[in-house]
Design a protein around this ligand. Structure first.
Ligand code: CP3
Length: 357
C-alpha cells in the first residue's frame, strides 16, 4: 500500500464532507468526483484487467476496495465512493446482468408480473455479501493508510432509474418502454417500483451497517418523467427510502441525485428528506441554491467535458461554480461522471483550484 503522494488537506480537516452534508458551510468546500475510480486512471485499468470482467471486479472485495482507494491516495478526495454499480441490485435479485465490452449493460427485458415475481429478495443478502465486505475493507484501508478524514459513501440506484434499465433491457436514449409502462400499466409498474424500493432499503441499510457514512441515491433518468410521475416515481420512493434509513441510522447522511430534474429540484429537495441534492451539469447553481432550502447542502456540478478539456475552460467553469455557492453548505463535484479519456493531470489541477478557493 502506497502512502499519500501529496499533501492531503482532507486529513488535516477530517470529515468535511459529513459536516457539509450536515448543513455547515465548510470552506474551501469538500470535494469528490462521480466516477473518480475508473478507466481514466492507469492504476484502475491495471486492476480491472486482473479482475477479468466488471462484475467480477465489483464482487472481489480486495480488488474493489483497492480501486475505491486509488483516487483517495492520488488526490486526497474528501469522499470515497464504494466501487460497485447501481445495476448490482437487479443482479443480486437474480434478474441477470452482463456488461458487453463497448456497449454497456445488458439485462433481460422485464415485461410482465412473472418477471417481477422472480425477483428474489431472499437472494439479496447472500449476493451482496462481497459488496458489504468491500465497504468494511475500505473503512479499514482508510484507517490503515492515514486517510480516515475521507468519508465513505455507499450508494444505490434510485428505484426509477434501476427500473429504467430493467424494463429497457439496458441503456437507451429515450427510455420509451419504461415511460410507456409507467403510463399504460400503472399497477404493474407500481409493483415493480415497490419491490425495488424495499430491496433498495435493505441494500442501503446493509451498507450503512457495514460502515458507509453517507449514502447516495442515483436517479440518473429522473428527468424523463412528467411532473406528476416525477412525484410518484422519483420523490415518493426516495422519501420512503430516506425515512426508513434515517429511522434505523439517525446520523447517516443522504445525498439524492435526481438528474435532469430541472424545475422539480426544489420539490425533490423539500419533500424527500435527503440531506443534500446533487445538481446535474445543466443546472444553474445560483438558481438551484435558491430553489433548495438554505440549510440544505447542494453538490455538483462541473461539466465532465470541461474537466476533459482542461486549461482555462476548466478554471473558468470551476471558479463560476465556487463563486455561486460560497457561503452555503456545498460539496464540489461534477454534474455527471468523469469520462474515461480525461487526463489525470486535469483532475489534479481541479483539486488544487478547489483547495485554494
Ligand atoms: O467511482 C464511482 O463513481 C463509483 C462507482 C460507480 C460506477 N457506476 C462504476 C462503473 C457508480 C456510483 C456508478 C453508478 C452508475 N452506474 C450509474 C448512475 C450514475 C450515472 O452515470 O448516471 C449508472 C446509470 C450506471 C450504469 C452503468 N454502469 C452503465 C450505463 C455503464 C456502462 C457505461 C460505462 O461508462 O462504461 C456502467 C459500467 C461502469 N460502472 C463502469 C464503472 C467504472 C465502467 C466499467 C469498466 O471499467 O469497463
Amino acid at each position: 500500500m502506497s502512502a499519500p503522494t501529496q499533501d492531503h488537506p482532507t486529513q488535516d480537516r477530517p470529515k468535511t464532507l459529513l459536516r457539509a452534508l450536515g448543513g455547515e458551510a465548510v470552506w474551501p468546500p469538500p470535494m469528490w468526483l462521480m466516477r473518480q475510480a475508473g478507466r481514466y486512471l492507469p492504476e484502475y485499468r491495471a486492476v480491472r484487467s486482473r479482475a477479468g470482467d466488471f462484475i467480477a471486479l465489483c464482487t472481489a472485495p480486495e480488488l474493489a476496495a483497492e480501486v475505491t482507494l486509488q483516487p483517495i491516495r492520488r488526490y486526497g478526495m474528501d469522499g470515497a465512493i464504494l466501487f460497485s454499480d447501481i445495476l448490482m441490485l437487479p443482479w443480486a435479485l437474480g434478474h441477470g446482468l452482463r456488461f458487453a465490452e463497448g456497449e454497456g449493460p445488458v439485462l433481460p427485458r422485464l415485461e410482465d408480473q412473472t418477471a417481477i415475481d422472480r425477483l428474489d429478495r431472499d437472494r439479496l443478502h447472500g449476493a451482496i455479501a462481497p459488496i458489504l465486505e468491500t465497504v468494511r475493507r475500505v473503512r479499514q484501508g482508510l484507517r490503515d493508510e492515514g486517510l480516515e478524514g475521507t468519508a465513505l459513501i455507499g450508494f444505490a440506484g434510485a428505484p426509477f432509474t434501476v427500473a429504467c434499465y430493467m424494463v429497457e433491457g439496458g441503456g437507451s436514449k429515450e427510455f420509451a418502454r419504461v415511460r410507456a409502462m409507467a403510463y399504460g400499466q400503472p399497477a404493474l409498474f407500481g409493483r415493480l417500483m415497490d419491490v425495488l424500493t424495499e430491496a433498495t432499503i435493505d441494500y442501503l441499510a446493509a451498507q450503512a451497517a457495514a460502515g458507509a457514512e453517507a449514502l447516495m441515491l442515483f436517479d440518473s433518468w429522473a428527468g424523463v418523467l412528467s411532473p406528476s410521475l416525477f412525484r410518484r416515481h422519483v420523490i415518493a420512493p426516495s422519501a420512503r427510502i430516506a425515512a426508513a434509513l434515517k429511522a434505523r441510522f439517525p446520523d447517516l447522511k443522504m445525498i439524492g441525485f435526481p438528474r435532469l430534474a430541472g424545475m422539480m429540484l426544489g420539490a425533490y429537495a423539500a419533500e424527500t428528506g435527503v440531506d443534500a441534492v446533487g445538481m446535474d451539469t445543466a443546472t444553474d447553481p445560483v438558481l438551484a441554491a435558491r430553489a433548495v432550502p438554505a440549510r440544505m447542502a447542494v453538490q455538483g456540478n462541473l461539466d465532465p467535458m470541461a474537466l476533459l478539456a482542461g486549461g482555462e475552460a476548466l478554471r473558468a467553469e470551476a471558479s463560476g461554480i465556487l463563486a455561486a455557492l460560497r457561503g452555503r453548505p456545498f460539496v464540489f463535484n461534477l454534474g455527471h461522471g468523469i469520462v474515461p479519456q480525461t487526463p489525470p493531470e486535469h483532475v489534479a489541477a481541479l483539486v488544487r483550484q478547489v483547495r485554494d478557493a
